[in-house]
Design a protein around this ligand. Structure first.
Ligand SMILES: Nc1ncnc2c1ncn2[C@@H]1O[C@H](COP(=O)(O)OP(=O)(O)OP(=O)(O)O)[C@@H](O)[C@H]1O
Ligand SMILES: [Mg+2]
Length: 321
């Protein structure tokens, strides 16, 4: 596991939208500042004596540097033992580095967690789920079939998609992804280490290339025959473990597979599907396998190898009732 050094921020790594959002924000702040200044000017006409004593200065218990205190003490922790590189000290401070990628349901930010005046620091990928009204995509209800939710009022609200139900659903995705990542981490499936869950924010091991860039998605690569074969074998090994546990990724694609220093890593797992409990489980699995097999064969994987890999994955599937 790499020990992350304090990173220089390379803005060019981030989604292009970062610049636009940044500029929009600066413009909005400028406008707000101008309004405040104007209001202050208007106040000059008012009587000099204040009508009431000024409010006391707000108490500011935030850190002197950085954006917030580490949320480690209030979050749910990832699997023990925690990796050495993970900063768990309560004196740590989180600093926002910017948006790594905006997605349909969540945005992935880079956050540095560091203990001031020491060399202890790590960089984390913060996946923040949007509230229901800000999401551009709502996962199909089919994913939720066969999932147990304790209280029937909540089950009914989710099924009817009431506002209450939608909020419950959106709050559940972060927890669902954290739970899936922890489970897969324990099984040895290659996933980013799930460091922490706090509300709708997941903090994950940042998969970083030696040059500081984020690990590329499989879709961005054009691997030669040897690398293609190696990545295919890794994928099949991971899927055999998943199906052996009765699970399917549920949204597997070359966009949800990262290649981190030659190692294939599965990401984006909130919708993990129980192949047995969910009546649509087998079709989610079949779709996952078809999408990745198509990508690999289109990039030169011999059909024979593709068929053999697919057979290994489907053979591991538990017997359906
Ligand atoms: N741990 C990580 N390390 C490095 N990059 C990451 C990590 N997690 C996510 N990313 C980057 O952020 C992108 C979005 O992550 P993810 O797929 O989990 O979110 P999403 O909201 O489902 O996005 P999308 O709608 O694009 O699928 C990934 O494609 C990847 O480029
Ligand atoms: Mg994704």
């Amino acid at each position: 596991m790499p020990q992350h050094d304090r990173l220089p921020v390379r803005r060019s790594h981030f989604d292009d939208r970062f610049d636009d959002r940044f500029n929009d924000t600066v413009t909005r702040l400028d406008e707000a500042g101008a309004r405040r200044r104007r209001r202050h000017f208007d106040d000059d006409d008012e009587p000099a004596a204040p009508r009431r004593a000024p409010d006391p200065a707000p108490l500011d218990d935030g850190p002197a540097a950085g954006d917030r205190w580490s949320t480690w003490d209030v979050g749910q922790h990832g699997p023990a033992p925690h990796p050495d590189w993970l900063v768990t000290e309560l004196a740590a401070v989180d600093t926002e580095f910017g948006v790594l990628k905006t997605g349909k349901e969540a945005d992935v930010h880079l956050v540095e967690r560091a203990v001031p005046d020491t060399s202890r620091c790590c960089v984390l990928a913060a996946k923040r789920y949007r509230s229901a009204e800000h999401r551009m995509f709502h996962r199909d209800a089919g994913y939720l079939e066969g999932r147990r939710v304790r209280r029937s009022r909540e089950t009914r609200a989710m099924a009817r998609r009431t506002a209450f139900g939608r909020d419950l659903l959106s709050g559940q995705w972060a927890a669902a992804e954290f739970g899936a990542l922890c489970r897969l981490w324990h099984l040895g499936v290659p996933v980013p280490y799930p460091a922490q869950l706090h509300g709708t924010e997941l903090l994950l091991e940042y998969l970083e290339e030696p040059d500081g860039h984020a690990a590329p998605r499989l879709a961005q690569l054009r691997p030669g025959p040897a690398q293609l074969r190696a990545l295919w074998d890794q994928l099949i090994d991971a899927l055999v473990v998943l199906t052996g546990e009765g699970l399917a990724h549920g949204d597997l694609s070359p966009f949800n597979l990262l290649v981190h220093r030659g190692r294939l890593v599965l990401i984006d797992l909130p919708q993990v599907v129980d192949i047995v409990a969910n009546p649509q489980g087998p079709s989610f699995l079949a779709r996952d396998v078809r999408i990745v097999t198509d990508w690999f064969t289109a990039h030169g994987l011999p059909q024979q190898l593709a068929d053999a890999g697919r057979a290994r994955v489907l053979m591991g599937t538990p017997t359906l009732p």
